[in-house]
Design a protein around this ligand. Structure first.
Ligand code: ZN
Length: 72
């Protein structure tokens, strides 16, 4: 007899953020940094550079990053 644990579909499997421009949920591919030390992630959909708050998580850890603005 075996039991298969059910996975909840709405739990993110990786670090994500909501794009400040197109409002789409985007996966964090990598953290990039400007010359003045601002950390940002590029939107999967529109390429906008979203300023994010680094929480110490790596992109493979599930979670949602707060976005504080965009870089023009
Ligand atoms: Zn976007």
């Amino acid at each position: 007899m075996s039991t298969t644990p059910a996975l909840a579909a709405d739990v993110p499997t990786a670090l994500q953020f909501i794009c400040n421009k197109c409002k789409a949920l985007s996966n964090v591919q990598t953290f990039e940094q400007t010359r003045d030390g601002t950390v940002f992630c590029r939107c999967d959909h529109c390429g906008t550079k979203n300023k994010v708050v680094r929480t110490g998580q790596t992109p493979s850890q599930p979670g949602l990053l707060p976005v504080t603005g965009v870089i023009q």
